[in-house]
Design a protein around this ligand. Structure first.
Ligand code: FEO
Length: 174
């Protein structure tokens, strides 16, 4: 059974992951207004992934006999200068999420909660991937600069991203 400290911390993380989805939806809208539908699509997929992260924490609490307590989600910002500004903000945001995951791992280790340690390992790897993905896109945006043809090509590339649901995230016990 999950202890109270871990339960509280995981409930806070449900909120943080759902906030991430809110943030990326807000960015998706902003990018569509910038006439970048491919980037807007990329951000929609990112938001969907964040919701699966929230569901993973939800399931972990439930499957270990804890209580899920959902709390209000803050409103995300709405204004960004351009697409590079959006991705610089994502970079900052994901670095923050990485620090949250690291704090959860520290707590799980202190509490000797081995199940939580195993569970959180997926998130440690995921954060490395997410930070790298954003770093890569920022690099491409720097190369594209203000050249509209390059940005147009990049937008078409971003349109290719599709949502692939993780197999365990949506599991609901019958
Ligand atoms: Fe759920 Fe982008 O970390």
């Amino acid at each position: 059974m999950i202890n109270e400290k871990m339960e509280k911390a995981f409930n806070r993380q449900i909120n943080a992951e759902t906030y991430s989805a809110y943030l990326y939806w807000s960015m998706s809208a902003a990018l569509e207004y910038m006439n970048l539908p491919g980037f807007a699509n990329w951000m929609q997929v990112q938001a969907q992934e964040e919701m699966t992260h929230a569901v993973k924490f939800f399931r972990h609490i439930m499957e270990r006999g804890g209580r899920v307590a959902l709390t209000a989600i803050d409103g995300p910002p709405t204004g960004w200068k351009d697409v590079e500004d959006v991705f610089k903000n994502i970079q900052k945001h994901e670095e923050h999420v990485t620090s949250l995951i690291n704090d959860l791992m520290d707590l799980a280790l202190t509490e000797k909660d081995h199940a939580a340690v195993m569970f959180l390992q997926w998130f440690v790897t995921e954060q490395v991937e997410e930070e790298y993905m954003v770093h890569e896109i920022l690099g491409k945006l720097k190369v594209a600069g203000t050249a509209s043809a390059a940005l147009y090509m990049l937008d078409r590339e971003m349109a290719q991203r599709v949502f692939v649901p993780p197999t365990t995230a949506q599991k609901v016990q019958g």
